[in-house]
Design a protein around this ligand. Structure first.
Ligand SMILES: CC(C)(COP(=O)(O)OP(=O)(O)OC[C@H]1O[C@@H](n2cnc3c(N)ncnc32)[C@H](O)[C@@H]1OP(=O)(O)O)[C@@H](O)C(=O)NCCC(=O)NCCS
Length: 171
């Protein structure tokens, strides 16, 4: 099950997108160049990495959560030009492509966060996958019980607001 989940992350339009996001931010180079970059992409019908989703036609709810955490991280570790360009890029893409249902997805912010944490680009997808293993296995376990595909309408039925218990204090 985990092997097939890892397999579905293959390719630049999927698991590799967060690496591509950083390449895009680097290519843009400055906040001032953002509108020109987006106009160019729209005109030439190219895909802007970190935007769009097969299921979500609104801003990816995971991106909203991660953006908030990214802000906390940048506040602590210091803002940089990548962050500024990303914020400007999201705003312009939303203005130009929002009506087509294209908004930031979770990969847009995950690349920024991983870079800020000092994780090398070619490990981004692996780190993303490691963080998801517990969730994948939970889905698999739930699914075995009723054998139906939930996504994207599944409803979480487990406990809410559980306190975080540090690892060394767990049994
Ligand atoms: C994720 C993705 C593959 C989903 O694609 P999809 O829902 O199948 O969307 P489609 O391929 O049917 O595209 C629908 C339209 O939106 C456009 N579009 C989709 N994603 C776009 C993007 N990131 N930038 C610009 N245009 C985009 C397509 O060109 C197409 O335009 P058209 O109708 O004028 O031909 C796609 O949005 C994408 O390639 N995103 C960039 C890579 C990325 O960030 N991946 C991580 C996903 S979590």
């Amino acid at each position: 099950m985990v092997a097939s989940a890892v397999g579905t992350l293959a390719g630049p339009l999927h698991g590799g997108a967060n690496e591509e996001v950083l390449a895009v931010l680097q290519k843009i180079g400055s906040v001032e160049r953002v509108p020109e970059f987006v106009d160019d992409c729209v005109q030439n019908k190219c895909r802007i990495m970190g935007f769009g989703h097969r299921v979500y036609k609104v801003k990816d709810p995971r991106a909203i959560i991660l953006q908030r955490l990214a802000e906390e991280l940048f506040e602590e570790k210091g803002y940089d030009e990548y962050y500024d360009i990303a914020i400007a890029l999201e705003k312009v893409v939303e203005e130009r492509l929002g009506q087509k249902g294209i908004y930031a997805n979770v990969d847009f912010y995950s690349g920024l966060v991983y870079r800020k944490l000092g994780i090398p680009n070619d490990l981004f997808t692996s780190v993303f996958a490691i963080a998801r293993v517990a969730g994948w296995l939970a889905h698999w376990k739930e699914q075995l019980e009723i054998n139906r595909i939930f996504r994207p309408t599944q409803i979480y039925t487990g406990p809410h607001n559980c306190p975080y218990i540090p690892l060394h204090e767990r049994l």
